[in-house]
Design a protein around this ligand. Structure first.
Ligand SMILES: Cc1cc2nc3c(=O)[nH]c(=O)nc-3n(C[C@H](O)[C@H](O)[C@H](O)COP(=O)(O)OP(=O)(O)OC[C@H]3O[C@@H](n4cnc5c(N)ncnc54)[C@H](O)[C@@H]3O)c2cc1C
Length: 394
């Protein structure tokens, strides 16, 4: 067994773990990050795409990404489409803020590059098995490397940023699944295709046939989703059928079609762990919570957790002041539950449940109208979508 010591042991090199190690290093706090995946896997997995303005600001101001505004695209609004008509929600006019379309794997490329350039101890292909001694001053991560060798990392603090199947979670909640949970009776069928964009901004479409999201990647590659049964086999659709399923869900607009080169099914879950902190172990990002993707909150919420936790770790490890770490769960949960509500609300307003009655459909249209025909409705959606203010750095 190899034994190492560090100040903060971070399990998971997703957006949360990598940004946390970056901000800690800037504050002079050493950390070790481990991840079970290879660099190539981390940098090529297609996931989230929308960054809140606060996320962009922190990536830029911390030096984590210089490409987000040049490679990414600023979006000043979205379209809500229902009954064959589009209704644009303009973000700057109601909130003064915007979002950026910059895929998660590009964020990860930036973060991996900057961490390696700065000599970060980033160990890929290393799988954590469990965390021990959470309630002591020296919690330990027990892991195994790609060659099957045991690795023990002793730290002053351990962070679980290891995603929705977190192995750190049991050390905090005392069970692998301990949390508030909701499952939805539908999923998203996602495709990547080679085609020009079908619209400049994202279209969130409610139709009698179900929901569709028309999103973009760049001038030649597009990302689109349609509501499907969670049990569907992605290989069971022909390309022609996929285009049909998408097109019938966006009546009133015509999609630009092209070869589909990736397809996946994304299940919908809402989850918040019962505890986010135990002794000297904390959970952040998808390890602490998951949201259905309709509100584009998953990665942004992970980044917001990082900002709260990093400030608390600085106070704890540099000034021996435990007040912010003790307040970490309450501070983080304030935003987490607002994001849970927003993600649930967008999901239930836009999707058609399998058991929806005529009453449910008519009520849903009434709900959509009460958003697009009201300044207050548009403002709530825009504030939540572009992101509530983050705690100030420093
Ligand atoms: C398939 C999928 C598609 C998604 N699509 C969207 C979307 O379209 N829009 C949206 O807003 N959000 C989406 N999300 C959500 C968003 O991607 C997440 O909220 C975001 O990745 C959370 O970041 P994180 O750093 O907390 O966790 P993750 O990005 O999940 O990173 C966790 C890391 O921990 C590592 N890890 C896990 N277990 C171990 C272990 N035992 N030992 C070592 N390392 C470990 C993993 O390899 C991974 O690199 C999607 C999520 C998934 C899973």
């Amino acid at each position: 067994m190899t034994r190492i010591r560090t100040r903060v042991a971070i399990v998971g090199a997703g957006p949360a773990g990598l940004l946390l190690s970056h901000l800690l290093a800037k504050a002079g706090i050493e950390s070790v990050v481990i991840d079970q995946r290879t660099r190539e896997e981390i940098e090529t997995t297609i996931r989230a795409g929308i960054l809140e303005q606060g996320t962009v600001d922190i990536l830029e101001s911390s030096g984590a990404s210089t490409r987000v505004r040049t490679v990414g695209n600023r979006h000043d609004g979205i379209e809500l489409r229902f009954e064959g008509e589009g209704h644009r929600i303009d973000f700057p006019s109601v909130t003064g803020r915007a979002v950026w379309l910059y895929p998660q794997h590009e964020v990860l490329k930036d973060l991996v590059a900057v961490r390696l350039a700065e000599g970060q101890d980033l160990r890929l292909g290393v799988t954590a098995e469990r965390v021990e001694d959470a309630e002591t001053d020296h919690p330990r991560v027990i892991a195994v490397d790609a060659d099957g060798q045991l690795l023990e990392i002793e730290a002053e603090f351990v962070v679980g940023s290891d995603g929705s199947r977190s192995v750190v979670r049991p050390a905090v909640t005392e069970s692998a699944t301990g949390g508030y949970f909701r499952e939805y009776p539908f999923a998203w069928f996602g495709i990547l295709c080679e085609a020009p964009p079908s619209s400049k901004e994202l279209i969130y479409s409610n139709s009698a046939n179900g929901f569709a999201l028309i999103s973009q990647r760049n001038a030649t590659v597009q990302r689109m989703y349609f509501q499907c049964d969670p049990e569907v086999d992605p290989a069971s659709y022909s390309e022609e059928q996929l285009w049909h399923e998408l097109q019938v869900r966006v009546p009133g607009t015509t999609l630009n079609q092209g070869p589909i080169f990736q397809r996946d099914v994304l299940r919908f879950r809402s989850f918040v762990a019962h505890e986010l902190l135990r002794g000297r172990v904390a959970l952040i990002g998808d390890a602490a919570h998951t949201v259905p993707p309709t509100g584009a909150k998953g990665m942004n919420l992970a980044i917001a957790d990082v900002i709260v936790l990093e400030r608390a770790l600085r106070a704890l490890l540099l000034e021996n002041d435990a007040r912010l770490i003790e307040a970490f769960p309450e501070t983080a949960l304030n935003r987490i539950w607002k994001a849970q509500h927003f993600s649930w609300w967008m999901t239930s307003m836009l999707h058609v449940a399998p058991d929806a009655t005529d009453f449910d459909r008519k009520r849903q249209i009434g709900e959509l109208r009460s958003v697009v025909e009201s300044e207050a409705g548009k403002t709530y959606l825009a504030e939540a979508y572009t992101g509530w203010p983050l705690p100030q750095a420093g």
